[in-house]
Design a protein around this ligand. Structure first.
Ligand code: TLP
Length: 341
């Protein structure tokens, strides 16, 4: 059976044109910093974010964890949103790799505000941990692809500067926000000390993320990437895919956002499906079934050729990406109708 795979935008396969770019990439040894295609990608991303430097990393998790490692010292506290990827899906690595603890603040649909964050920043009593870093996620995965409003980011950025806190952006899907808001990566990045984003999601690459920040920060991240076993050799073959994606696949993300909105609107009218349309702002739709338990629902969908993933709590999740078309989105709606009929 061929499936419509809506489990994640991580499941995309490189297109023929992307593979072509990979095949013809100029390569060298990146541990010697001699891979011309990696160097080109890093320079391109530094420019796109307005940061001094950038580092190609294996995954989004590695980008976030290197940022935490390089902004903190053991015993520090890092403020994250309670549904953030860093807290929920990164295997406890801030504790393992950086020896820091996370302080989770519940946002509204994933959005924390400066006034709320202020209340949680520690005072200087010796027995408190030191609040060192705040991490935001844009778009917010578990909130359903919610976009962090730029004015909210601005307030948090101003507050973090005043308070000498570092601010990191997990921008795994930042371009899904950009195609919706018109706010450029450069503008988003300006509010942060460091930014990571993924090539291996909606941009359609097989592997890879990037971490951007100032020169000293990236030099330290390079060292820690090596310690973690992430120093790759002829990785220009992957950077070529990323360069191709940045040049060709960014604007296309609007189709994924539109397909998600179409799908969410259609299923919102079905009895037995709960979906909060306010959260459907980009390519992710979180929903629940009031008729079937989620494992049953997912199993029945699979039998009909539709793969969906388990979200948090009672929720399920579908994610639209470059390997599913509007026709697939329409078929998925039909499958939902059959399921709850
Ligand atoms: N998210 C994956 C799963 O881990 C949940 C997905 O299918 O959505 N930040 C955010 C906001 C993410 O959504 C993800 C991946 C990452 C970081 C990590 O990226 P990878 O998987 O490349 O380590």
């Amino acid at each position: 059976m061929t499936y419509i795979d809506l489990r994640s935008d991580t499941v995309t396969k490189p297109s023929k044109a992307m593979l072509e770019a990979m095949l013809t990439a100029k390569l060298g040894d990146d541990v010697f910093e001699e891979d011309p295609t990696i160097n080109e990608l890093q320079e391109k991303c530094a420019k796109l974010t307005g940061k001094q430097a950038a580092l190609f990393v294996t995954t989004g998790v590695m980008g976030n964890q290197l940022a935490i490692k390089c902004h903190t010292i053991p015993g520090d506290e890092v403020i994250v949103e309670s549904e953030s990827h860093i807290l929920n899906y990164e295997t406890g690595s801030p504790a393992v790799i950086s020896g820091v603890q996370l302080l989770a603040i519940k946002g509204e649909m994933g959005i924390m505000r400066a006034d709320e964050i202020k209340k949680f920043v520690r005072t200087s009593e010796y027995y408190f941990p030191v609040t060192r870093l705040i991490c935001l996620e844009n778009t917010h995965n578990r909130a359903g692809g919610v976009i962090q409003p730029v004015e909210v980011i601005k307030d948090i950025s101003e507050f973090s500067k005043e308070s000498a806190l570092k601010l990191h952006l997990d921008g795994a899907r930042i371009f899904n926000a950009y195609v919706e808001t018109g706010v450029s990566l450069r503008e988003y990045a300006d509010y942060f000390d460091s930014v990571s984003f993924c090539f291996s999601k909606g941009l359609g690459c097989p592997i890879g993320s990037i971490l951007c920040g100032d020169k000293d920060f990236i030099e330290m991240a390079r060292k820690w990437r090596k310690i973690l076993g992430g120093g790759m050799r002829q990785s220009g073959i992957l950077a070529a895919a990323a360069i191709y994606a940045l040049d060709n696949n960014v604007e296309r993300l609007k189709e994924d956002n539109d397909n998600a909105k179409f799908f969410a609107n259609e299923i919102s009218s079905l009895d037995g499906i709960d979906v909060d349309l306010r959260s459907v702002q980009t390519n992710i739709v979180i929903f629940s079934s009031t008729i079937f338990q989620k494992n049953v629902f997912m199993h029945k969908a699979k039998e009909k050729g539709l793969l969906i993933s388990s979200g948090s709590y009672d929720n399920m999740r579908v994610v639209f990406h470059c390997d599913v078309s509007k026709t697939d989105a329409m078929k998925a709606v039909e499958i939902f109708k059959e399921l709850i009929a």
